[in-house]
Design a protein around this ligand. Structure first.
Ligand SMILES: Cc1cc2nc3c(=O)[nH]c(=O)nc-3n(C[C@H](O)[C@H](O)[C@H](O)COP(=O)(O)OP(=O)(O)OC[C@H]3O[C@@H](n4cnc5c(N)ncnc54)[C@H](O)[C@@H]3O)c2cc1C
Length: 325
């Protein structure tokens, strides 16, 4: 093979969007090396998912199984990927810059005793390969030369917009029964808690997020009302979770969730870098803040300089009035 091997982990939260973005990066790399883009998957639902992967540039699917592998297992997946790597000799192995993608690729790199280039924004094939990657939670973009026989790369979440690259066509599927040694079953999934059905902070098209400026846990009632009217979800900054006003599951940022909604409404949030890295992939940002010099105001597409407790109820009132017309 003279192409790119991509780990497609379709069982992760928010998988469709992040996979499509990853495949867009993969197709771009495959074009640069004039090679194929081959998807490695452990997901038995691959036949249902193949059409979407094909549209986003995949040429072939390699489905990996082993009787002792019923669920996600980072060491086992890594052993399987290494076996396929020695079989097909790809030019590079890539994965999503998610927790699981990083865990598996770190294991692949450890087995191969090779470097792992994590969290890339873009990769250029050359002598040597060049990559831009995110460091320190997004506050630093690092330019690196990748001097290794087999680049092992992850792409940062939401680091490109997913693009269709060809029309959907039936894909060739190659089955691989992989061999696993006792070391491979170190980590196994023993229990799975289903997320409540419906949209989440990561998938919602609208996120109304509040910061310290909201003032209290009860102050979030107006944000909940607005989010409800916009069919959105409520997020928050770390100042809010530190104060115990909201659960950490609502936190956006470096130590919270990285999201990419169509509309992010940042209410009483200053826009510290650790918050910004979680919100910067939003398509449109509206900041509501009393401080015109706040970082979030400067970076937003639109800003209202006012007390959020005046603005948000007024916006909600107007939406209700228009809906009632
Ligand atoms: C290692 C590390 C990781 C971190 N991870 C995260 C993370 O994941 N997510 C995160 O959010 N932070 C994170 N932080 C914290 C981050 O540095 C900031 O401290 C935090 O984001 C600030 O939250 P804030 O904007 O709500 O509060 P502040 O910075 O205090 O800003 C409050 C804003 O509200 C405005 N305001 C006040 N009253 C009103 C009003 N009535 N109406 C309108 N505006 C008003 C103010 O003008 C101000 O701009 C991290 C920090 C570290 C060191």
């Amino acid at each position: 093979m003279s192409g790119i091997l991509v780990l497609v982990d379709s069982c992760e939260a928010d998988a469709t969007e992040t996979i499509n973005e990853l495949l867009t990066h993969g197709r771009n790399l495959a074009n640069q090396v004039n090679g194929t883009l081959e998807a490695v998957t452990f997901d038995p639902r691959y036949t249902d998912l193949a059409a979407g992967w094909s549209e986003h540039g995949v040429d072939l699917i390699r489905y990996l199984t082993n009787s002792s592998l019923q669920d996600y297992g980072p060491q086992a997946w890594a052993q399987g990927i290494v076996q396929i790597t020695s079989l097909v000799e790809p030019v590079a192995v890539i994965a999503c810059g998610s927790d699981r993608g990083h865990e598996v690729m770190a294991n692949v790199a450890a087995i191969l005793d090779a470097p792992f280039v994590a969290n890339c924004l873009s990769v250029m094939v050359g002598e040597p390969w060049q990559a831009s990657r995110v460091q320190w939670g997004g506050s630093l973009i690092e330019e690196v030369s990748v001097k290794t026989a087999l680049p092992i790369v992850s792409f940062a979440l939401h680091s490109c917009e997913a693009k269709l690259s060809k029309s959907s066509e039936p894909l060739e599927i190659v089955f691989h029964e992989i061999e696993l040694d006792s070391e491979a079953i170190k980590t196994v999934v023993t229990e799975r808690t289903e997320k409540p059905a419906g949209q989440s902070l990561e998938t919602s098209a609208v996120v109304v997020s509040g910061g310290r400026g909201v003032g209290s846990a009860d102050g979030f009632d107006v944000l909940e009302t607005l989010a409800g009217l916009l069919n959105g979800k409520v997020g928050c900054s770390r100042a809010v979770t530190n104060n115990g006003w909201r659960s950490h599951t609502d936190q956006v940022g470096q130590t919270g969730k990285r999201i990419a909604p169509d509309l992010y409404i940042a209410c009483g949030i200053s826009g510290a870098i650790q918050h910004w890295v979680g919100a910067m992939a939003s398509k449109t940002i509206l900041a509501i803040n009393t401080d015109p010099e706040a970082n979030m105001v400067k970076k937003a597409d639109y800003a209202v300089i006012a007390n959020l407790h005046d603005v948000i109820p007024a916006v909600s009132h107007e939406i209700v009035r228009r809906n009632d017309r």
